[in-house]
Design a protein. Structure first.
Length: 115
């Protein structure tokens, strides 16, 4: 399933694409953005001091590198938290289904129930 990216994800994609110095076209394709969105998020990155333009090449600044590092650390923790929430949700659903059983039969021994 394709998920819409939020502002932070898109800014991070732009910075990743411009990390070693890139022109607009390369950034647009690497970050998978339309030209209109590229313009918008390059403006965001420049205004935040994350990117500098030198001729027609965009370079990530030290501030942009710091943002990208912190974003990557955040994204990893956030993804782990989402996986944990999904696992807990599945476990909750299983427990909920167990409560709905009218006659208890043999149950999964991993849950510690006996019939």
């Amino acid at each position: 399933m394709v998920k819409n990216r939020n502002r932070l994800d898109i800014v991070a994609s732009v910075l990743e694409a411009a990390n070693s110095g890139s022109n607009k076209t390369r950034i647009m394709f690497a970050a998978k953005l339309s030209f209109k969105l590229l313009e918008k998020y390059l403006d965001v990155a420049i205004s935040a001091g994350f990117v500098q333009l030198n001729g027609s090449i965009y370079f990530v600044t030290n501030r942009g590198q710091e943002f990208l590092q912190r974003y990557n650390e955040f994204h990893k923790r956030f993804s782990n938290a989402q996986e944990l929430i999904e696992a807990l949700s599945s476990e909750r659903e299983l427990l909920s289904r167990l409560c709905e059983r009218r006659v208890l039969g043999p149950m999964d021994s991993t849950l510690g129930f006996e019939s």
